[in-house]
Design a protein around this ligand. Sequence first.
Ligand SMILES: *Cc1c(COP(=O)(O)O)cnc(C)c1O
Length: 360
Amino acid sequence: MSFIPISRPAIGPEEQAAVAAVLASGQLAQGPQVRAFEEAFAAFVGVPHAVAVASGTAALHLALLAHGLGPGDEVITTAFSFIASANCALFVGARPVFADIEPQAFTLDPAAVEAALTPRTRAILAVHLFGHPCDLTALHALADRHGLVLIEDACQAHGAQWQGRPLGAAATACYSFYATKNMTTGEGGLITTPDAALAERLRLLRAHGSPARYRHASLGYNFRLTDIQAALGLAQLPKLPAWNAARRANAAYLTERLTGLPHVCPPSVHPAAQSVFHQYTLRLVDRDRDAAVETLRAAGIGAGVFYPLPIHQQPLYRGLGYTDRLPITENAARQVLSLPVYPGLTPAHLDHIAQAVRAL
Ligand SMILES: *Cc1c(COP(=O)(O)O)cnc(C)c1O
């Protein structure tokens, strides 16, 4: 059996034809494909407005700007994520404040968020990590009670739901279409919002504050997506529900085979959550995790560690003076191990993965 990578984009003849058609059209930059992709994605998640941008990082950056966050503001988020989840606060001159996570879902612990509130807190940035939604009920209640903005980092959670509702149903949500995500445009991102005025601000920020050609009302950026990328996204999107279902089925199979092992804690899904298993992440308890990763790789399995160094311990944040202790985050960073769960895995692959983990 050839090496099983941790993720693998599914690019088929539809994607190739869609991109080739855009190349042949001569219209490569943001145009009709981007508009069509925005409409299709908004319809898919069930939120009225979508604004496509160059990356998930750009989506987070613009979301914070469009909500008016800036110097003097504090944004409470998790340190157990990709660094962009915190850096977006730095981009706008605000201060990321880290709250610890729930040990089960690895997402923000609402009680820890509440404990991190100060008079300067303006926003909660909730990361739906590994495809598993945060406790949006508790976070919305907290945000409402304290007059805070809630922004969802759904870069790993396209199509996930909380209590049967789509992510971003009542907040601004940011997506990434990087090559390893549940669907891809190579690089790309998107913001959804129920708020038409916010969507308008996002569109201005995306393209040099320009409401009409060569008129510039405000300061903006060039964070546009291209029609080439949007065509790829349009070809991927209709397949996403089946891919997410395959991820869930693969995860269920692995969990069935890995339950009851002495040193393995398979991932659990909150009863109110529908996860899309961007990663299948278990905990290895009282075992050398890094050695286990090497053993699995030697067995032809691309095991991954997301994330080995939490954001508050990154050199960037140490240099900014962060000295937080986040025991649950730090423990997770030591114990987590992710296994391949992407839709293209065969039953033989899954069996091989389960056997290899059992042999640890
Ligand atoms: C991928 C990712 C991002 C950033 O998206 P890019 O498209 O790579 O800029 C932000 N947050 C999380 C949780 C991610 O997984």
